[in-house]
Design a binder for this molecule. Structure first.
Ligand SMILES: Nc1ncnc2c1ncn2[C@@H]1O[C@H](COP(=O)(O)OP(=O)(O)OP(=O)(O)O)[C@@H](O)[C@H]1O
Length: 259
């Protein structure tokens, strides 16, 4: 996936001017990579997501998926939002089947794929539960299963764990790493959290305050990441990386004049 000098402006009503939300954002995401994007509030993360999902178009530049420009919504991109966005009147199983209905798969196949994906996210025994019968972490697992079930090329995650308590968040971070390894999916993960960005990303992309562009890209090499029994967050490499991301964010704020 490639962001090629992506710029997005919004007209400011009644002024004849426009607000630049994203300016010349360029980034390559390799197939199978897990990249985290971290940036200050208002740096254009949601704007970027709308562009990737095809809900809006860049003012200039392009977003390429498998070499083809994104021109509208499509099942080649799966999205997991902060709010679970599950249909309350459908069971976990039926929620996961949703995207498969759009793919017009036969019922038996839909059922099988949905069941496999509930198993993938550790919810085999919960297929018949309704969202209100599930914890926040479980709902987010269903949302992940639903997004993966229709086999998108890229999984986009917009602060998916932000509403969860700290312990559940850490569990789901490890789960996500496990799922990523099991599926080999390309994942673009947007977060406010520096720790989360370092813990999950093979690369951490730090964005500048508005207008958003790439301030820094940090390679993360954390052996043993996501393996049980490892307190990686206390590891000196982790602490040093977290500090580098913090520095980059701080520099970006200072350069942007926002403190
Ligand atoms: N439809 C729109 N019309 C005008 N301005 C917009 C529109 N959408 C976003 N903006 C502006 O673009 C900038 C980036 O907004 P965006 O919501 O993408 O930021 P964000 O990084 O997702 O913020 P947060 O982290 O607080 O959710 C903001 O200044 C916002 O006011």
């Amino acid at each position: 996936m490639r962001f090629d000098s992506v710029r997005k402006e919004f007209p400011v009503r009644g002024t004849g001017t426009s607000l630049v939300a994203l300016a010349d954002l360029t980034l390559d995401v390799a197939p199978g990579e897990l990249v985290t994007l971290v940036g200050p509030s208002g740096c254009g993360k949601s704007t970027l997501l709308d562009l990737v999902t095809g809900l809006s178009e860049p003012t200039s530049g392009r977003i390429l998926l498998d070499g083809r420009p994104v021109t509208g919504p499509g099942l080649d991109r799966g999205i997991v939002f902060q709010q679970y966005a599950l249909l309350p009147w459908r069971t976990a199983q039926a929620n996961v089947e949703l995207g498969l209905e759009a793919r017009r798969l036969p019922k038996a196949q839909r059922r099988r794929i949905a069941r496999e994906h509930l198993e993938l996210v550790g919810l085999s025994g919960f297929a018949d539960r309704y969202p209100h019968e599930l914890s926040g972490g479980m709902k987010q697992r269903v949302a992940i299963a639903r997004s993966l079930a229709f086999d998108p090329e890229v999984l986009l995650m917009d602060e998916p764990f932000a509403a969860l308590d700290a312990q559940t968040r850490e569990t789901l971070q490890d789960e996500l790493l496990r799922i990523w390894r099991a599926t080999g999916k390309t994942i673009v993960f947007i977060t406010h959290g520096i720790e989360e960005a370092v813990y999950l990303g093979q690369r951490v992309v730090v964005l500048t305050p508005r207008p958003g562009r790439v301030q820094a890209v940090l390679d993360v090499d954390l052996p043993g990441r996501g393996e049980p029994g490892q307190d990686l967050r206390a590891h000196p490499t982790f602490v040093a990386l977290r500090h580098r991301v913090w520095d980059a964010l701080h520099d970006a704020r200072a350069e942007g004049g926002v403190r």
